[in-house]
Design a protein around this ligand. Sequence first.
Ligand code: UD1
Ligand code: MG
Length: 478
Amino acid sequence: MEREVGHDEVGLQELDLYINIYIQKNMLSVAILAAGKGTRMESSIPKVLHKISGKSLLQRVIDSCVELNPEQIFVITGHKSKEVQESIPDNKKIQFIIQEPQSGTGHAIQVLCREVKKNEGKLLILNGDVPLIKPETLNKLLKLHNSKNADVSLITTKKKNPHGYGRVFLKEDFIERIVEEKDCNKKERLNLLINAGVYCFNWEKLSKIISTLENNNTQKEIYLTDTVSLLKNSLSLEIEDNGELQGINNRIQLAKCEEINQNSIKEKHMLNGVTFINKASCSISEEAEIGKDVTIEANTHIRGSTKIFNNCIIGPNTFIENSKIGLCCEISNSTVYDSKIMDHIKIGPYSHIRPQSTISSGSKIGNFVEIKNSQLEEESKVNHLSYIGDSIIGRSTNIGAGTITANFDGQTKHQTKIGKNSNIGANTVFVAPINLGESVTTGAGSVITKNSRDNSLAISRTKQVNIENWKKKKPKSN
Ligand code: UD1
Ligand code: MG
């Protein structure tokens, strides 16, 4: 009996071992190359920290890779590495590897293979300057790689203008070599099939040849692309040039990527029932949600996690960030930050709604009005030339033109509270803290420094004096 149990234990241990080997062989690791300076950007900001629709190139590549649920993500940094590392929010899976000096993409991977003990499983390598790559496309590459048990497989596409990219030369079904633009002869330059800078390697095989790479080329750099000639089973996954593979080496390509990304965001909204009057002049963040029958007028920018509900007209010339806009609102020539605008509200032209404001349904905010950290209840109106800060305005209250809440005493901010159904005369100044009851009226031009009860009239101004028969003295004639 005992011996049989012993046999079983050995069997289980072996099984465990096989499972471990299997898992390690199939383990997916990711390496993102982000150490280069980006000389052609002519910038003091590292290239991978330049942004597309508000998100850095590097963060975009990381986000796409995270979708694949890899075991670990190595980000290779070098130029301004502290800045680059600090730009990435904490993530247990991300490990930074420092490449110093930056002697080329192949050198970056030499450093990685040295620093990481286990060079096992699949290693997906991505250039940090190919920001629009989609997780679905990466999955296609992994699928091809697995099904053909490749040593390396990489994404290629045919570009009408392949200038600047490495050209991929095939021999039958395999990649024979990749020649960088600068190393191409005239004939080689005519090849339109380019390397997108996204590779999947059998890491073990890569680690065996990586140290043999040399820098015998025009740029005197160690090229990762030279590995394809050293490995046997090198495969190309050619996909249609749909903009996703656009690399960024200069500001022209940065603008091109921004345009590609914006077009796809706007197309998604148009297919969902949003009208753009002048599409090219507008920008929309990826996180923004826009309801049906919303019209976005020219030169309108929707940023951050803004949500716009159905039937609104937004713009022209409007900027909205991290805000909620309810049903059937009209906002023109205005700016709204971090605020909540409920239903059936008109804002603008030329209003500025600053953070932490709530404008309740049926209200109206008119021209040259600034609202900050305030709550306006239903049907309230602030139509002209006002500053309302740190205030609570009751329902159906009308704030006369030129009204100001003087909320700052030089040290602290104070609150103004005005009850419902009140009528605030033009040019009233509230010296906060101040608390007015309901149905209060203030006299035009009053400086209000005291609280007042429901249904009262608060007035504070010198009485008008009329001096009869008063004329300006005429100057004496000589
Ligand atoms: C690279 C490819 C080219 C491909 C193109 C796709 C090589 C040799 N060439 O060219 O075949 O068509 O991308 O966009 O790989 N980096 C480092 N360390 C370094 C150098 C670069 O981490 O020492 C990083 C950069 O930060 C960048 C990426 O690697 O994110 C690619 O480098 P880049 O100089 O842009 O290569 P390309 O000339 O575009
Ligand atoms: Mg590049």
